[in-house]
Each structure stands twice: as structure tokens, then as C-alpha cells.
Design a protein. Structure first.
Length: 247
């Protein structure tokens, strides 16, 4: 059996879920991105989550039978996840209050990326009209986890769908830019941990292009995200009280 045939999408989504749980659990145990070895290693593993999500947004958009329903599903979970994300990390529900970074979950950029691609592919607007609306939508993701970078990375990866190497070449410059901004304005340690994103290439090389038999996994992937954040929030309240543990 070739290595590239080992994992279907369900296995890869499970890897993303495990990495995400490790990452957010580390936020809970070691708030503020300390430079100790244990949180460094754990956050490094956690960096697998976002690029796997981006990859499967590209796949989901390509294979969906109904793009509007796909957008609606992402939009609904973006709203649900906003409340869960804010509760999980002790952030104000108002995205315009406090820091301009990490005010809502990564689900919002995922949703916006699909809307932007839908405008490009399906709406018969003039090019300049598309550009204006798409630019506004992309910048609307700025306060979210992974900011506009998630949207731009997904759009770049979708253009190269079917060629993993070129998808990585599209993604890496955006992650590097995110790292530079994070280094100067968020956390130098967090910026360095972003190198963990590179681990996604050998993991995605194992993808065999199949969905797998567990059809329920699609919904589990959506539901687990807000539910695990609620669990994080409950533990946060017990251990730290009503305190913001997010940068």
C-alpha cells in the first residue's frame, strides 16, 4: 500500500480534531503562549488544525452539490462558534471591544472564504463590483482567529486544488505574513510556533481522496468545534474565574 493511500477525509479530520483539542487545551493550561518546552511542543502540534480545515473547505466547496446550503451551514456554525469561542477564552461577545485580534473563531474566515469564491464563480457581476465586495468581505475577517490570512490562504489553495505541492506554495507565504504580524503585534513565541503548519504537507500527502464510510463524521467535525470550546470555557471559569486567557 502506498503511503499516499492511507488516510481518507475522515481520518484527516480526526487528526485535525485531536490537534485542535491539544492546542486549545494548551491555551487553558498555559495561557499567554509561554516559551516553556511543553507548551511549545503542544502548540506546534496544534498548528496542524487550521491548514487541514482550509484544505477541506476547498474540497467541500468543490464537491458540494449545493453551494448555497454549504455556505449557510458554515454561516450558522460561524455564529454558533462565535459565542462558544468567546465563552471558551473569556472574550467579550462584542468583536469591536478590546484587542483587534482573535475576537471571533476561525469558522468566520472559513465561511467568508466560501462566500468570496461563490461570488467569483457564480455571480454575474462586473469585475470591479466583485472586487469591491470581495475585498470588504476579506477584511471583515481581520478580527477573527487566523484573521484575513485564513481566507486568502483558502482562496489561493482552491486555485491549485488537485496539486498539493502548489497548494502549499500558495498557503505558506500567507502564513509567513501572519507570522510576521504576530511577531511584532501579538506574540513572538506564537509567531515561531506557526512553523508547525509545515507539518501538514506530509500529513495531507497521505490523503487518498476518499470520504470514508462514516458519513456522520461531517457533522461531528462541525459540532465538536463549538462543543469543545464550551468545555474549555467551563474549565476556565472553574480554574481561573471569569478571566480572558486569550492574547
Amino acid at each position: 500500500m502506498e503511503l499516499k493511500k492511507l488516510f481518507n477525509s475522515n481520518y484527516l479530520k480526526l487528526i485535525a480534531i485531536i490537534a485542535m483539542t491539544i492546542d486549545h487545551g494548551t491555551d487553558l493550561l498555559y495561557p499567554g503562549f509561554p516559551s516553556e518546552p511543553a507548551p511549545l511542543v503542544l502548540h506546534f502540534i496544534g498548528r496542524l488544525t487550521a491548514p487541514i480545515m482550509w484544505f477541506f473547505v476547498c474540497e467541500g466547496y468543490h464537491y458540494t452539490r449545493d453551494v448555497k446550503k454549504y455556505m449557510m451551514r458554515l454561516g450558522i456554525f460561524a455564529v454558533i462558534s462565535h459565542f462558544a469561542y468567546c465563552f471558551g477564552f473569556g472574550i467579550s461577545l462584542n468583536p469591536f471591544e478590546g484587542s483587534i485580534f482573535n475576537r471571533t473563531s476561525v469558522m468566520y474566515p472559513l465561511f467568508i472564504s466560501v462566500v468570496v469564491q461563490y461570488i467569483e464563480d457564480s455571480l454575474e457581476w462586473k469585475k470591479w463590483q466583485k472586487l469591491i465586495v470581495q475585498t470588504i468581505l476579506i477584511f471583515s475577517a481581520f478580527p477573527a482567529d487566523w484573521s484575513c490570512i485564513a481566507v486568502l490562504a483558502i482562496l489561493g489553495m482552491y486555485k491549485e486544488r488537485g496539486n498539493l505541492e502548489r497548494q502549499m506554495l500558495r498557503m505558506i507565504p500567507w502564513v509567513f505574513l501572519y507570522g510576521v504580524v504576530s511577531f511584532f503585534f501579538v506574540s513572538k513565541v506564537y509567531a515561531l510556533e506557526l512553523a508547525g503548519v509545515l507539518m501538514v504537507y506530509p500529513v495531507l500527502k497521505l490523503y487518498n481522496g476518499e470520504r470514508g464510510n462514516a458519513k456522520w463524521m461531517k457533522w461531528f467535525f462541525y459540532l465538536y468545534y463549538p462543543l469543545h470550546l464550551v468545555a474549555i470555557g467551563i474549565i476556565r471559569m472553574i480554574v481561573y474565574g471569569n478571566t480572558n486567557i486569550c492574547l
